[in-house]
Design a protein around this ligand. Structure first.
Ligand SMILES: Cc1cc2nc3c(=O)[nH]c(=O)nc-3n(C[C@H](O)[C@H](O)[C@H](O)COP(=O)(O)OP(=O)(O)OC[C@H]3O[C@@H](n4cnc5c(N)ncnc54)[C@H](O)[C@@H]3O)c2cc1C
Length: 506
């Protein structure tokens, strides 16, 4: 099947899935106020794939059917392929102003990375070929343009023993964790809960795989599998909506509220062909090892491109905001805007470095993950700083923003807004648009959610930073350099006074 259209995607979401909002079952996620905005946006992204202007960039010829399928499922074999992926993701991420981190390019990259590293899933002791399951699932997603999310974290019931921050493979109590409770000839049965599934109500399938480490007696939790969002026993609980369903006055939150859900699995039957790890502790602890797998290289590449798009968008908004009241002439304002452009250049340089240092993984070429991890480790600090700068530049004009309807109203109201909300050299109708974008980023609920998302979606910045240190390839060599050039032998035992005096006599 070639790439899907928005309408086909919308149709697929009307499948009887159990999504709950404020205690009530959502009848149709394509129409509900809390979910429909992002359905539209993801649908528009799908439509771009068959737009003649973008088709060549966003799709490639399926090796099995010859249909045009999403480029994010191409297994890259050259640096040119990586550049195309980057440009394709950049198009999608610019379209969403960098605010839709879970648009489908993220996990299309993930599933492709899993398929490239499919051998890691092989389990000699098992009756099933999990490695082949991964490849087949990848092909299924590629050929059907499947929209995916993932839910990886145990419920936050008690973090005193186990959490995604656990870095050792000791066993621990994981209350509420997803566990295998049964199996039959057709598959496994799982129960428990996971958090969060960003884009959950707007996705076709939910991936669940290991995050953190598992001890030897945690075989029942060492699982990787995929479930359809409408599978029996899958229930999703939505957080409060950020979207106001008012695109003119809330231009970002009305389009980019990728709903986050808490996912409950109540005796869900997963067919064997959707099972990728079943009790294999070694595979569970190793497959996603961030320094080695194709999954990490491809997903973090997409993520860094998203951060680039987000930082660039915010830079544009901050510049327009400053210019709208003429403050861009002040030196400190220029320095603050320069801070954001510095971040932009740093992220761009890391993406380029990852592609330049791409490495061969079997027949494929994968971006070097370390520069991409550096972006992921820094952006949780950079994004709040960007927000802070926008707040600083906007002042009360960030919150004192009238509605478009006020400007369009009969006089005297319309005239008041036109007169008093104009900016330096710009009319009120131009300034209002900029103010609304700045409001959404810096004051509104979407902006707050984005800050939290950037902080936690990869498992928390501490985790990423700790891995950066632990896996630094030159740690020992750098210590040696410190000894050689810094200490210059000063850490060797001092010669005894007698030896020193004899040496002086010589
Ligand atoms: C907006 C948003 C979207 C998300 N989307 C997804 C998604 O699509 N898919 C997905 O799988 N996940 C998603 N997540 C979840 C994300 O993976 C987790 O937030 C992250 O792994 C951290 O886990 P936690 O939130 O349970 O925090 P916790 O593990 O409860 O940590 C909270 C704080 O407790 C402290 N803490 C906890 N455990 C320890 C410990 N052992 N040692 C020291 N300190 C500790 C830390 O200081 C930490 O800052 C999302 C999160 C957010 C905020």
């Amino acid at each position: 099947m070639p790439v899907r259209t928005k309408e086909e995607y919308r149709q697929g979401l009307r499948d009887g899935r159990e999504v709950y909002y404020k205690g009530e079952l959502v009848e149709d996620v394509t129409e509900h106020p809390a979910t429909r905005g992002m359905v539209e946006t993801q649908g528009e992204l799908f439509d771009l794939q068959s737009d003649p202007e973008h088709e060549d960039l966003l799709t490639f010829e399926s090796p099995s059917t010859g249909d045009r399928v999403p480029i994010f499922y191409e297994k890259p074999t050259s640096k040119e392929d990586l550049a195309q992926r980057r440009k394709a993701s950049k198009l999608w991420m610019d379209y969403t102003c960098g605010m839709s981190g879970r648009a489908n390019d993220f996990l299309a990259n993930g599933v492709t990375g899993m398929a490239i590293g499919h051998e890691l899933f092989a389990d000699e002791d098992a009756d099933h070929d999990f490695s082949e399951n991964v490849e087949d699932y990848y092909e299924y997603c590629r050929e059907n343009d499947v929209c995916l999310t993932h839910a990886l974290i145990d419920p936050q019931i008690d973090r005193s023993e186990a959490s995604s921050f656990r870095l050792e493979d000791d066993s621990a109590d994981r209350p509420g964790a997803v566990r295998k409770v049964d199996e039959d000839d057709e598959g496994i049965v799982v129960s428990g809960a996971r958090m969060l599934a960003t884009l959950g109500p707007q996705a076709d399938e939910i991936l669940l795989y290991p995050f953190g480490y598992y001890g030897e007696d945690e075989e029942d939790q060492a699982l990787a599998f995929a479930v359809s969002a409408d599978a029996d026993g899958v229930r999703q609980i939505c957080r409060p909506q950020l979207s106001r369903n008012d695109e003119r006055n809330h231009p970002l939150s009305s389009r980019f509220d990728e709903m986050d859900t808490f996912v409950v699995l109540d005796e869900v039957h997963v067919p064997w062909e959707r099972v990728f790890i079943d009790g294999d502790i070694e595979a569970a602890n190793a497959w996603r090892d961030k320094t080695q797998t194709a999954y990490a290289g491809l997903t973090y590449h997409q993520t860094a491109v998203k951060d680039l798009a987000k930082a660039e968008f915010c830079f544009g908004v901050a510049t327009m905001l400053a210019e709208s009241t003429g403050i861009e002439e002040y030196f400190h304002v220029q320095a603050k805007l320069g801070e954001i452009s510095t971040m932009v250049e740093q992220i761009r340089a890391c993406v380029q470095a990852a592609e330049a240092q791409a490495y061969e993984f079997g027949d494929y070429v994968i971006p070097e993950p370390r520069p991409l991890f550096a972006v992921t480790a820094s952006f949780p600090d950079q994004f709040p700083r960007i927000v802070d700068i926008i707040r600083d530049l906007g002042g009360s004009g960030l919150i004192g923003v009238p509605h478009w309807e006020d400007l369009e109203a009969e006089n005297p109201l319309g005239g008041d807004v036109e007169t008093y909300f104009r900016g330096k050299d710009i009319e009120a109708n131009e300034r209002l648009g900029v103010q609304k974008l700045a409001y959404e980023i810096a004051i509104g609920s979407l902006g707050s959610r984005e800050e939290l998302y950037e902080r936690f979606y990869t498992g928390g910045p501490m985790r990423v930073k700790s891995n950066m240190w632990k896996n630094h390839p030159e740690k020992e060599a750098l210590k040696e350099r410190v000894r050689e050039y810094g200490l210059q032998g000063a850490d060797e035992p001092a010669a005894s006074a007698a030896e020193q005096s004899a040496a002086d006599d010589d």
